[in-house]
Design a protein around this ligand. Structure first.
Ligand SMILES: Nc1ncnc2c1ncn2[C@@H]1O[C@H](COP(=O)(O)OP(=O)(O)OP(=O)(O)O)[C@@H](O)[C@H]1O
Length: 346
């Protein structure tokens, strides 16, 4: 089975105010490229689901907002005319129907004959390696199996885009990781356009070709997982995507000056600047070799490597990593060299 080729989706000036006055989205623009997996990431209530439902056709945007599929305006089209597949956290399957009938359901609605829809549904179930479950009832399946069936059902109609709303949230951690890998492989193989909502940063980094980080109904940053991870646009994105070190200072003549020393940087002068970097973007070395010097505060041996807490003047605290065989004594001075490709100035 192959999906119809994925659509490029354009969201143009789409805001959403609900009947009770809740402003779920401020007008925003977004382009989803044909065939890519775009992840919407952000804390609860930031508007991810609302944006997904606008793309699906389950909600209409406020006046002025438009949704286009391959350049064609679909704003006025309801979900059944947009040819999208949807997968929800709560599987939304028919519990007393068989697996194969659930998967064939969308084809039935589209008027495909019984023999053909069963054959197509069987093909999708085979592709997802759950062909042996075809005749089971939904209430006889585990959570992971149900989510595979929900995914099969969404793909069976050969949609132009698949829209997934926290599909793994209800599953336990080990299964979540396993199914995440399967979904990733499947979406890549089908080269289908996918928009995937999650509040889990690990899921976003693993699945996304690009990630849209959202905050308060607006887009905080759009970038590849590496860009969002290593070059967060601001403190909010940095915090949301995981541990980040911060140094405050100023940029002058290609040098960022902070209390602990100097870091060469690209870009214009800024009287007030903050440098963000991950533990793994820093390398420890003897003090004379580095522009930045800190005091070792705490060393945790972790087997493959050591996690080191460093202290600077003014209460600055830095988390760094070091090879397992590096000798580091609390109280000693140590230099820090930052990988220029993995630092961000905000
Ligand atoms: N039908 C509705 N009527 C009124 N307010 C709504 C409605 N649906 C969502 N909201 C509100 O809009 C805002 C955005 O909700 P949305 O579901 O898009 O967030 P989310 O980022 O998907 O959050 P979560 O991860 O918790 O699902 C929230 O404040 C929510 O309470």
């Amino acid at each position: 089975m192959t999906a119809a080729s994925g659509a490029a989706i354009t969201v143009s000036g789409c805001g959403k105010t609900f009947a009770d006055g809740t402003r779920a989205l401020t007008p925003l623009d977004l382009k989803v490229r044909a065939g890519e997996t775009l992840v919407l990431l952000g804390p609860s209530g930031c508007g991810k689901t609302t944006l997904l439902r606008l793309i699906a056709g389950l909600e209409t945007p406020d006046a002025g907002g438009r949704i286009l599929f391959d350049g064609v305006d679909v704003t006025a089209l309801p979900i059944e005319k947009r040819n999208v597949g949807m997968v929800f956290q709560s599987y939304a399957l028919f519990p007393n129907m068989s697996v194969v009938d659930n998967v064939a359901y969308g084809l039935r609605v589209r008027g495909v004959g019984p023999a053909e829809r069963r054959a197509q549904a069987a093909g999708v179930l085979e592709m997802m390696r759950i062909g042996q479950l075809s005749e089971r009832r939904i209430d006889q399946l585990s959570g992971g199996q149900r989510q595979r069936v929900a995914l099969a059902r969404a793909l069976a109609v050969r949609p132009r885009a698949i829209l997934l709303d926290e599909p793994l949230t209800a599953l336990d951690a080990a299964l979540r990781e396993h199914l995440r890998g399967e979904i990733d492989a499947l979406l890549r193989r089908l080269a289908i356009t996918a928009v995937y909502v999650t509040h889990d940063q690990a899921e976003a980094l693993a699945l996304g070709d690009r990630i849209v980080v959202m905050r308060n109904g607006a887009i905080a940053q759009v970038g590849t997982p590496r860009e969002v991870y290593f070059q967060p646009a601001d403190d909010f994105v940095a915090d949301f995507v995981g541990i980040t070190n911060r140094l405050d200072g100023a940029v002058k003549g290609g040098r960022f000056a902070t209390e602990a020393g100097i870091v060469p940087v690209a870009g214009p002068d800024r009287p007030v600047a903050r440098l963000l970097f991950r533990p793994e973007a820093a390398r420890l070395c003897p003090p004379p070799e580095a522009g930045l010097v800190f005091e070792v505060r705490q060393v945790e041996f972790q087997g493959a490597r050591q996690r080191v807490i460093l202290a600077g003047t003014g209460g600055v605290r830095i988390v760094a990593e070091a090879p397992a065989d590096m000798l580091l004594a609390p109280g000693a001075a140590v230099g820090l060299i930052l990988d220029p490709a993995r630092i961000a100035l905000v």
